[in-house]
Design a binder for this molecule. Structure first.
Ligand SMILES: Cc1cc2nc3c(=O)[nH]c(=O)nc-3n(C[C@H](O)[C@H](O)[C@H](O)COP(=O)(O)OP(=O)(O)OC[C@H]3O[C@@H](n4cnc5c(N)ncnc54)[C@H](O)[C@@H]3O)c2cc1C
Length: 384
């Protein structure tokens, strides 16, 4: 189906599709380590190719050496790359290291120490917000940062943090617990090798990924490691998450499209009771409903990304996009798995992995219930 993309973006989409079909899909069952990281040999091979194709740092602003092509272009690339399980469920970028937007807010000196090494692939950042007693409700966080002269002292515990291989983290901590998420949370850069920081426990996710518990025990960091100023931490976290939510929508499109390709092809070949199952209405309806969902999801993602490129406030659209698209892709993976019967659950096909990965996207970066909760506030403002 044609979409209202510029000729340049249509060409970009076709180019990435060809790359995925010829270079990634043929090796997709063999590219990841047991903890779902891209094997170094594949990372090099894929990254060399994306450089050659002119996709390197497509989303990084021009002033930092990237292509600055904007969000719609990035979403088109994310969508196409999500058609394969050759890349990890999270953090699987092969178009340059992931740069967390918070790092663009750093001072010139801190950019030299953290942003530029990330851009060059020399350092990796993680984002630590969630705590055992503060997941959906970050205002309840108990990790505190107390000013002590030229330093802050951080104490507390974070968990479920995607911190594998990270050198430093953007940590959210309460600087005024009474204010909670309304100005009481601040963001800090903390190196993992700072005395008092430890990662005592790991968690294994259904996707195969490993997450970490992080303990802060009297961790002293220089006061200039705060990002922007006290009280801006929640907004900084949301700035990262807003973009990530539209990106999750683009991933969901790619996953759904691949599931539909596989299930449609399987349904036309699989014969039961003397006929291909594609001739059964129950199978057709599962596939058609997915086809319609896919069309709606694509319109939502392209619209939100184009609006973001125009500088519009897309917070509400980002919540809607994350909510609709992640639920849609999980439904799609589930239906397409069902169309495959027993074969859908076997690990030699990509469907079961897409189904497991997609389940995790209903929780990470804000649960579906929290998306609905925030959208309800907007709904009652719009329709008094
Ligand atoms: C794979 C994965 C990777 C992750 N990576 C990171 C990371 O790198 N950094 C990080 O900081 N965090 C990370 N997380 C944590 C994630 O952001 C949290 O798990 C998520 O925000 C939910 O918090 P929780 O688990 O404490 O659930 P809770 O907040 O305890 O929620 C439990 C249930 O109650 C519902 N609920 C809660 N409040 C309400 C309400 N007001 N109304 C209705 N329903 C409600 C929730 O939707 C959920 O269904 C990751 C999680 C996963 C699964």
């Amino acid at each position: 189906m044609e979409y209202d993309l510029s000729d340049e973006l249509k060409m970009l989409k076709q180019m990435v599709r060809k790359f995925v079909d010829t270079e990634l899909i043929p090796v997709e069952m063999n590219t990841l380590t047991p903890d779902m990281k891209l094997k170094p040999e594949y990372r090099k091979r894929f990254e060399d190719k994306t450089k050659e194709l002119g996709l390197w740092q497509i989303d990084v602003p021009v002033e930092y050496g990237g292509l600055g092509m904007g969000m719609l272009a990035e979403m088109v690339v994310v969508e196409e790359m999500a058609r394969t399980i050759a890349l990890p469920p999270r953090g699987g970028r092969i178009t340059g290291p992931e740069v967390r937007p918070a790092l663009y807010n750093l001072s010139a000196e801190m950019k030299e120490r953290y942003l530029f090494p990330v851009l060059k692939g020399e350092k990796k950042a993680s984002f630590a917000q969630t705590e055992p007693d503060a997941g959906s409700d970050p205002g309840a966080m108990r990790t505190v940062a107390v000013r002590d002269g030229d330093h802050y002292v951080i104490n507390g515990v974070k968990h479920y943090i995607n911190a594998g291989g990270a050198d430093f983290m953007i940590v959210l901590a309460a600087t005024d617990r009474a204010k909670g998420s309304h100005g009481g949370i601040s963001a800090f850069i903390v190196d993992f090798d700072t005395p008092g920081v430890s990662r005592p426990t790991t968690y294994k996710v259904v996707t195969g990924e490993v997450l970490y518990k992080i303990v802060f025990d009297d961790v002293r960091i220089p006061a200039h490691h705060i990002i922007l100023e006290e009280g801006k931490g929640f907004a900084i976290g949301q700035q990262s998450l807003g973009r990530a939510r539209i990106r999750q929508g683009a991933r969901a499109i790619g996953v759904t499209e691949r599931c539909l390709e596989l299930a449609s092809s399987y349904a036309q070949q699989r014969v039961t009771f003397g006929k291909p199952i594609s001739e059964r209405q129950s199978i057709q309806w599962m596939l058609v409903d997915t086809y319609v969902d896919l069309h709606m999801a694509r319109l939502m993602v392209y619209h939100a990304a184009a609006n973001a490129d125009r500088g519009a406030d897309v917070r509400t659209e980002a919540y809607m996009t994350k909510l609709f698209c992640t639920e849609m892709a999980y439904r799609a993976a589930d239906r397409c798995l069902q169309v495959h019967g027993g074969a859908g659950l076997m690990t030699d096909l990509p469907i079961e992995r897409m189904w497991r990965d997609q389940r995790s996207h209903l929780i990470g970066e804000g649960t579906t219930e929290i998306m609905r909760m925030v959208l309800a506030r907007q709904l009652f403002r719009d329709y008094r």
